[in-house]
Design a protein around this ligand. Sequence first.
Ligand SMILES: C[S@@+](CC[C@H](N)C(=O)[O-])C[C@H]1O[C@@H](n2cnc3c(N)ncnc32)[C@H](O)[C@@H]1O
Length: 453
Amino acid sequence: MAKKTQSIKSKLPESSNGFRVLGDDVALASASLFSGGGIGDVGIEWGLGVPVIAACELVPSRAELIRRNFPDTQVLEGDIWKLANGYVSDVQKHLGGLRPWLLTLSPPCQGMSANGAGRISAAIRSGKRMPEDKRNRLVLPGIDVLEGLRPDWFLIENVRRMENTVIRNEKGEPENILKLIGRRLQPLGYTIRSSIVDFRRYGVPHHRERLITIGSRLPSIVQEIPPLSDFFSKELSGLHPRPSHGGPDLPSPVTLREAVGHLPQLDSLSQPIDSKDAYHRVPSWNESQYYWMSNTSEGKTAFDNHDCVYCKTEGHAPEVVFCRSCQKPLPKPTISKNGTTRLVRGFRTSYRRMTWDKPASTITMNSGVISSDMKGHPDQNRVLSLREILILSTLDHPSWNRAYQFEGVRHGRSQPGLNFSPRLVREVVGESIPPLGMSYIIQHLADLDGRLK
Ligand SMILES: C[S@@+](CC[C@H](N)C(=O)[O-])C[C@H]1O[C@@H](n2cnc3c(N)ncnc32)[C@H](O)[C@@H]1O
């Protein structure tokens, strides 16, 4: 766990409205945009004691999660395109005219794709209408907010392929997102670095690689790490913390077994819920899914089940779905339609089990769906439970002195007898910044900053 700035900040002078003040005009406060359920913010406020004073989120159930878990945070619910100006003035008012120390932004990433960047640029230039994923342009109001608030530090989190994404900029011209960020923010005095961060290397027990773009306009930082026209690097920059795990002289990344191996067994047909923990629950599988996966071993996919489990005839070809000797179905994912049965079309990462002695695979919004990428438990017949993904995401972690509350927030159809939504848990956890990783990164910024000592 990162060191706490909580005790440190108490030495800083206090403003009339109760914020700790850095320099002449900066409050030791953070704000977030595209805040989701505020899970990354847990690492900042609960982990480091830096108050997250404002958040902005489109989806009402997620905004409600922030309100419940961060009662002092001002939550703007709605579309950032409409709320950006109000967000800036609210934060300025709240801080009594001071600037915030930090702004974090995690614009949605589903739309980011490196594919066809050249084609997209050419189409935009020639005035053709290209199918455009609007979500990619959400970085624009994010930059407007950064320009309005001018925090000492900012952090933008996104999928790693953002580095190659071209969007239509504010002038309607094609521009690479990182170039756009540099063009707009470097003239305001920011030095910026973008690096790929592997969260397993900060003690997070699941695979999560993200592009983390960090900017600072503190003169001492700008002098030490000067602005560059191309600030992307696959390697960690000086603005990114050194890893705590994985590498020479460092402990190995935390494995699935170390993180959740102690939890009671579950089974997607006979025992999908632990009677003592409502969060240790999994969705039920149908009998076919159960047959395919119960014959699949740790780390393997059911697509590779080429041997008959009935008569033991071995080595069927990949597309063969019935045993050539006894005609019984092989335990491979199949679909039956109009009297024929064929292999499910899918990636070989689906219907796959994880491995106990490695970190878990990436936790996504589909963590409960076995047909999605690598979602099977290593040796029990089920996907990971909600409790397991909470632990693996580090939202359920001993570093926080409290439990995150999902109770009472409705999302979609409610389940009888259940006061939280399993779907909401899987969605917000699947999109989150692991708070332990966030805590490490922001602690590093506090250390570089120097004024929080
Ligand atoms: C990657 S998630 C953020 C996760 C968050 N950082 C966390 O750690 O929990 C991106 C969020 O942006 C929100 N979002 C998408 N479009 C938006 C918009 N137009 N205005 C405001 N928020 C939006 C999504 O609902 C989603 O919750």
